[in-house]
Design a protein. Structure first.
Length: 320
């Protein structure tokens, strides 16, 4: 079933508004998770920029990491009669009811950067990376780097119940499957934040003979890795050497750490999810053409060999 009302009310507008700098009649609600990481903050900045460039009136709601706040925001967007809703879902489950309400109100919902466990017909499309692949790329890098040597790995997971935490773990474990030299000895959530990443890494170091039993850290995002790097240094060890560090996001700070030899690799996740989302919405509202259910963004591996300070400079100013 199509989101007929949004289409009817917006088609006329879209024909003359999308892609034009002067138009400003489309109203889009954006329920953002919060600002737990540098990546998340950049996604918010870029979504606002992309909306402004296209003349879209963006209603922004920060959920402070709470699903209940996201559900309230979606209900408020529905009550306001927005033309579409962007949702970056904090966790994967528990969305069916509110997505059904948006569908009943004929308001298309586009998922940004995370997936949900809900019937596909309840949303228009999802703009995300291949989250399992990201974990797999990080895992393969580690397998190749340790080259058969024994290696105890500690893992900092993202927010419990979120699709990146579930899938990045899955992909990493798949890369390590059958490699008897590599063992995940500790795995705990650091909630995608720098503070918790540091805190949990401190507990890992204590539990593993001050870190002497740890060969590598896999963090589900760069912010947790940056916090953990600090903990490793405070424990008197050298991050990037005594303990290898691989993570995901490719935010500027991790390139600084890589340039200093304190981080080894990261898998890039673009914070510009809104660009492809607005493009898909424009086509849908103009022609009624439903996009693919998944608009996949790239996952590129960066290592210390990739001129980290150059990448840092390029990244700075790109929404970070
Ligand atoms: O969903 C994407 C993840 O959420 C990013 O990797 C992380 O930094 C963010 O908080």
């Amino acid at each position: 079933m199509k989101f007929v009302k949004a289409l009817a009310s917006a088609t006329i507008l879209a024909a003359c508004t999308f892609g034009s700098a002067s138009a400003a009649d489309l109203v889009v609600g954006f329920s953002q998770i919060g600002s737990e990481s540098g990546w998340r903050a950049a996604e918010t900045t870029l979504t606002k920029q992309q909306a402004e460039q296209r003349g879209i009136d963006l209603k922004f709601a920060d959920a402070q990491q709470k699903q209940e706040n996201q559900i309230k925001a979606i209900r408020s967007f529905i009550a306001q009669g927005v033309n579409a809703i962007l949702l970056a879902p904090v966790v994967a489950t528990g969305w069916d009811e509110v997505l059904q309400e948006a569908k009943d109100a004929e308001i298309p919902v586009i998922l940004l950067d995370r997936t949900v466990d809900a019937p596909k017909e309840l949303y228009l499309t999802a703009v995300t990376s291949d989250l399992v692949h990201e974990g797999n790329v990080a895992g393969k890098w580690l397998v190749d780097t340790v080259a058969g040597k024994p290696c105890n790995v500690v893992e900092l997971q993202g927010t419990t119940g979120s699709s990146p935490a579930i899938d990045r773990k899955k992909g990493f474990e798949a890369a390590l499957a059958g490699k008897d030299n590599l063992k995940i000895v500790r795995s705990q959530t650091g909630d995608f934040t720098r503070t918790k990443g540091k805190e949990v890494m401190e507990s890992f170091l204590k539990a593993e003979d001050g870190g002497k039993n740890i060969c590598a850290l896999y963090a589900h995002n760069d912010d947790m890795a940056v916090g953990a790097i600090q903990a490793i240094k405070e424990a008197g060890l050298k991050p990037g050497k005594d303990i290898l560090v691989v993570s995901i996001d490719a935010v500027p700070d991790i390139f600084q750490a890589m340039a200093a030899g304190e981080a080894n690799a990261t898998v890039e996740l673009t914070p510009n999810m809104a660009g492809p989302a607005f493009d898909a919405l424009a086509t849908y509202l103009k022609d009624g053409k439903e996009p693919e259910k998944w608009i996949q963004t790239e996952s590129k591996l960066y290592t210390q060999a990739d001129e980290p300070m150059k990448v840092y400079e390029e990244k700075k100013g790109l929404g970070y």
